[in-house]
Design a protein around this ligand. Structure first.
Ligand code: MG
Length: 382
């Protein structure tokens, strides 16, 4: 007799995982579960449910209004925090599928990885860290954990999204970077995909915005390698940038997959936990890794420290600092929800969380509304 339970039906997520995943993938049935016990969903696996909870969270939606590297004032071609997140998810899932890892878990962690970014990217993060220096500091990776365990609210009374232990572990790793412990393979994949995505796409955006000139790239070994594969200097200039970015992505992805497959060659019967305990690390070959490091130093020097971004940094820092000062001294101006946080965590951390949740535009609007209007009305906020 056939079961009427969809989770037991042929083609269920359990069947799919059994058929498709390698033994060293993180299998959903081995999950350590959630903080608040829940019954199993009839047709979605636990990591699929996590992915859906993240996509449906308000913090995720706000990623569309948060800058990655370049602001909305600079045009509409370049990445926002949301499009970067989707690109990371896309690359990470490709790696996961090829290595037969748990793609649902990878997707959930990738969609979560940047959810804690404040307005104005790393400039905003530095400003908030400075404001909260004597009140626990601020890191976007830790704030992502606060969002999904304390701040976001579903349709139950439990705080947060009640994500699985494994998805939270992925974010915890980002927060604790520097740990010697080898991480679950799915966590390593998301970390690599993030780095491959931002290095390649920052080159794309910076060229398009005119912060970088084509000739400047000639000094880079990874670009030289790309030129040995495709004749970039001889093709239609209108296609050149796209082809370069495609080739950079392809080079890094191909190398990561080849090198990582070799690392996993003798792990055929090991479990997820066993490969971590054995210290199996996925990654690129040393040669490509060095060329990637050179590209990152180049981007740091010529793009992230570019004068046009320095102006953004100064503006963001000033606005966030002023808003922080204003709201900590006038907490009655906080929205009701943030007043509740102030009761639990203190005014400073509540203001920090309120500011960190803002999109770039909302932050600008609040600044104009509260600080400048107050100044025009003769109110001294200082
Ligand atoms: Mg990222």
């Amino acid at each position: 007799m056939h079961s009427t339970d969809p989770s037991e039906a042929k083609g269920s997520w359990k069947d799919r995982e059994n058929a498709l995943l390698a033994s060293y993938a993180m299998h959903s049935i081995d999950s350590l579960g959630r903080t608040f016990t829940e019954t199993e969903h009839p047709y979605r696996g636990p990591f699929q449910r996590d992915r859906d909870r993240i996509v449906h969270s308000s913090a995720f939606r706000r990623l569309s209004g948060k800058m990655q590297v370049f602001t909305g004032d600079m045009g509409e071609y370049h990445r926002t925090r949301l499009t970067h997140t989707h690109e990371v998810s896309s690359l990470a899932r490709t790696i996961g599928r090829t290595l037969r890892l748990n793609e649902d878990l990878i997707e959930a962690m990738a969609l979560l990885h940047d959810i804690g970014h404040p307005p104005f990217g790393h400039c905003g993060e530095d400003a908030l860290a400075e404001c909260l220096r004597d009140h626990g500091g601020f890191s976007h990776n830790q704030f992502a954990l606060d969002l999904v365990t304390k701040i976001e609210q579903r349709y139950t009374d439990d705080p947060g999204l009640n994500l699985t232990h494994e998805v939270l572990a992925g974010q915890q790793f980002r927060s604790d970077k520097g740990t010697d412990q080898t991480q679950m393979l799915e966590i390593q994949v998301v970390d690599a995909a993030d780095s491959i995505a931002y290095d390649s796409h920052d080159v794309d955006d910076a060229l398009k915005l005119g912060l970088l000139q084509w000739e400047q790239l000639d000094e880079l070994d990874l670009v030289k390698r790309a030129k040995r594969i495709v004749a970039l200097d001889r093709i239609d200039p209108r296609l050149r940038r796209s082809l370069l970015v495609h080739t950079l992505l392809d080079l890094q992805m191909g190398d990561f997959l080849k090198h990582s497959s070799m690392q996993l060659e003798h792990c055929g019967s090991m479990s997820s936990r066993e490969v971590s305990q054995a210290g199996i690390s996925l990654g690129m070959s040393r040669g490509i890794e060095q060329e990637k490091e050179q590209l990152e130093e180049f981007l740091f020097e010529h793009v992230y420290r570019h004068e046009r971004l320095a102006q953004v940094r100064d503006k963001a820092a000033m606005r966030l600092r002023q808003l922080y000062r204003l709201l900590t001294s006038h907490p009655n101006r906080l929205p009701e929800r943030a007043k509740g946080w102030a009761d639990s965590w203190g005014v400073e951390r509540a203001v920090g969380a309120y500011l960190a949740g803002m999109t770039d535009r909302f932050c600008d609007d609040q600044y104009l509304l509260l600080v400048e209007m107050g100044r025009e009305s003769g109110i001294d906020w200082s």
